[in-house]
Design a protein around this ligand. Sequence first.
Ligand code: NDP
Length: 251
Amino acid sequence: MSKAFEGKKVLITGGSKGIGKGIAQAFYSEGARVGILARSEEGLKAAKEEIGDIETYACDVTVDGERQNTFQRFIETFGGIDILVNNAGGSSGGKIADTSMEEFTKSMETNYFQAVHFSKMAYEQMRERGGAVINITSIFGKEAGGKATYNNAKAALISFTKAAGNEWIKDGVRVNSIAPGSILHPTGNWQKRIEENPEAMERFVEQNIPAGRFGNVEEVADAALFLASQEARWLVGTTLTADGGQSRMNI
Ligand code: NDP
């Protein structure tokens, strides 16, 4: 039986750990040809050992030349791109008054500008035959709760998703995003916080996540498979919330 993404060419930024690795695994299991990028060679090697026959690229997404070079290498190896998942990102900073302008800029570089650049490069390839771009944002791009640096950058990425979605759909390129709630995985922030203070984290879950537990990477990966699929063909510029009910938005 043929698999849902047989032969599709998929690039996942930040694919060596956590959510990105889960997404890489999911596409690979569905028959896709997968490339992942991250900074640490060691992390890439471990991910490849775990997932299987994938391509890996050492790349810091905040460096313009490394983005261009890596994307070019991916295209040369794969002969094109069908699906781009902009997953790389991370949270930094603290209270606004205590956070330097450099930190605000760095957050935009890490979470936003690089995803815009990868999307633009992917669009140039996809505009002839269509494709899908999936941005991993956050519920904290939609509502208050996280650090301002992170919220700002994720809100910008949600806004970019809508703008690029509307602009590129005429060429068959669908751009959408997933806004995860709190996702637990071994190398992530929530795991660290559970180790530091398990009781506080139990209370956090009880008070904040109606489903009564953290989400897992497979649950975000399933949303990514859906957004990349034909079944989501009418979803354009939208942001899917995947959070066990955690976010507080009514509309
Ligand atoms: P992790 O920190 O566990 O993994 C991040 C991945 O991105 C790693 O592969 C890391 O590898 C890579 N990465 C980080 N910075 C860079 C960089 N500058 N250049 C290239 N690669 C980079 O994060 P999560 O899996 O938890 O999160 C993934 C995405 O999901 C992020 O965008 C995050 O904001 C978002 N998200 C996460 C939530 C959660 O609860 N976990 C909730 C909502 C959104 P390396 O360090 O080797 O570069």
